[in-house]
Write a protein that binds this ligand. Structure first.
Ligand SMILES: Nc1ncnc2c1ncn2[C@@H]1O[C@H](COP(=O)(O)OP(=O)(O)O)[C@@H](O)[C@H]1O
Ligand SMILES: [Mg+2]
Length: 229
């Protein structure tokens, strides 16, 4: 098994609003290794997005420890966490989250701007990433000029362009028809294999989840079952 890149130790996540606490994650213990393709399944409201947001260093745990490699995230500053996120973690969302006024190429370049990479290199890398997702002829199209499947491919290119260690995909196919959903999922499988990147995919679609290597079922904020293939 590859090196451990993320480790959850007794993690709880509590959301508080108007004096009422809601435990969205309860005692999560989970170790994620380099190169794994993990499928998180669970009903709507079970805590999948919350778990991905903790893994993505977006939302800190309420209790417990999150280690990135061997570093306890409690011991590093918000700035350092942001930098790790910018360099190493690619996010893919259900609603694509592309910037509407930017072209496909500019959307893919964007994460590299945050890393202060020079323009010529940014453009070259964005072109390569768009080619990997089969969109080399759509570089100047804006999101509104692309189909749902093409938009999600742009979002994939944006996630892989920085050559991340970890890709977090939150219901990436939920807004696509069955055929497109299948194609986009297969693309993710291919990218994962080619780039040896670690992927955590969450979906309520058990058909897709059953095609991942390590299935983690979430029920009421807890890991209810785990299946390795
Ligand atoms: N920011 C928040 N404030 C309060 N409750 C939240 C917040 N985010 C999520 N929750 C609650 O936590 C539970 C898990 O949500 P979520 O992780 O989005 O589930 P899933 O992605 O599996 O549908 C839900 O009951 C949801 O209402
Ligand atoms: Mg969700």
């Amino acid at each position: 098994m590859g090196e451990t890149i993320l480790k959850f130790v007794n993690i709880d996540k509590v959301f508080s609003s108007e004096g009422i606490d809601f435990e969205a994650l309860k005692k999560i213990n989970l170790e994620i290794h380099k190169g794994e393709f993990i499928g998180l399944s669970g009903k709507s409201g079970s805590g999948k997005t919350t778990l991905l947001n903790v893994a993505g260093l977006i939302d800190p745990p309420t209790k417990g420890d999150l280690f990135i490699r061997n570093i306890n995230t409690k011991n590093i500053s918000d700035n350092e966490l942001s930098l790790i996120r910018a360099k190493e973690i690619g996010f893919i969302f259900q609603t694509f989250n592309l910037l509407p006024l930017l072209s496909a190429l500019e959307n893919v370049e964007y994460p590299l701007m945050l890393l202060n990479i020079p323009e010529a290199e940014r453009i070259e890398r964005a072109r390569v990433a768009l080619k990997k997702v089969g969109l080399e002829n759509f570089t100047h199209h804006r999101p509104s000029q692309l189909s749902g499947g093409q938009r999600q491919r742009v979002a994939f290119a944006r996630a892989i362009v920085k050559e991340p260690t970890l890709i977090l995909a939150d219901e990436p196919t939920a807004n696509l028809d069955t055929k497109t959903s299948d194609e986009v999922f297969e693309l993710l499988v291919r990218l994962q294999q080619d780039m040896k990147v670690t992927v955590m995919l969450c979906s309520h679609d058990n058909d897709l989840i059953s095609r991942t290597q390590r299935i983690i079922k979430i029920t009421d904020g807890m890991i209810a079952e785990e299946i390795r293939k």
